[in-house]
Structures are given as structure tokens and as C-alpha cells.
Design a protein around this ligand. Sequence first.
Ligand code: FES
Ligand code: FES
Length: 187
Amino acid sequence: MGEGRDTFGSEGRLEHGLERHDLPPERTPKLVTERFRLTVNGAETALEADADTPLLYALRNDLGLKGTRFGCGSGQCGACFVLIDGHPAPACDTPLWSAAGKSITTVEGLGTGGGLHPLQNAFLAEQAAQCGYCTSGILIAAAALLAKNARPTEGEVRAALDRNLCRCGSHNRIVRAVLRAASKIAP
Ligand code: FES
Ligand code: FES
């Protein structure tokens, strides 16, 4: 291998045997920190971070909103769903630059006035979680559904939750809970 090349081998080491952090400062890639403003659960928030930082990291690590989960990290499981301007989206796959200026709702922001959202009450009533790892993402997807369709059919609930995985197999209880919440919101 040519001396001085800084491509990584498959084990994450530089080809000449140095770790990435061994590079002299002038050859270490620099993160460019920028300032972003966004509204999170109704509160205007400013964050300083690299523009490509996943929104999920900013929510969990900078704002302490741990209800949004890290699952697959690649937009495949729905565990990290948040509402972005009312639409469910994977926070793991949303860079901070694209969330700037938008309104973000996490599971912590679903309830109002200290009370639980009807979906949260219904999930409790139906015991619609086992380990609960998928639950916050599913609550977010279901909240988006009920905001535009207050009385969905069972098929519409299943379709709306299609992007959310539940490894525990709680699907039927989850669907029952969403339908129960709908019956409370729009009797
Ligand atoms: S962790 Fe974001 S979709 Fe799986
Ligand atoms: S309740 Fe465990 S993954 Fe859904």
C-alpha cells in the first residue's frame, strides 16, 4: 500500500496501521458546527451541531428526549418516528439541516396539559405493549393517522402502521388500541 494513503481497510484502520484519531490535526476531518432553530413539542429550540447530525441524536442526546428510540438506524423499523410538521418520519434518517425551522413532535409531546393522549390511554387499557421498544414510534404513526382520519377502519390502521415493526408480536393489541382511541376521539 502506498505510504500516506488514508483510506480505511475493512477493519476501520488506516492501511498504514494508524487509527483515525492518530492522524495529525491538519489531516483530521473537521466537523462544522452550525446553529439550528426548530420547534420541539411546542417550544422553540436552538441547537449547535454538525448539519448532518441525525435528528434522533439531537433529540435524545442534546434535548434529553429519550422516548424516541434508536432501532435500526436506517429508516427501516419505525422505532424513532417523530412528527415533522404533522407527518411521521424516521428521526434516525433525518439530518438536522432538513429539520431546521420545522415543528417536531416526539412521544413526550403527544399528551396535552399534563394528561395522556387518548392513544396512550388506549394502549394502557389494551396492554398493547410487551417490551415497549416500538411503542413510541407506533404512537406517533397512529397519532398522525387519527389527525387526518378520526375513524379509520381496521385495514386503514394496519396500513398506517405498516412501516413500524414490533418484534414482540403485539400487533393485534396495538390495532385494537388504536381503534379504541379513535372511538374516544370521534364517538
Ligand atoms: S431507528 Fe429509525 S427507522 Fe429504525
Ligand atoms: S412491544 Fe416489543 S417490539 Fe413491540
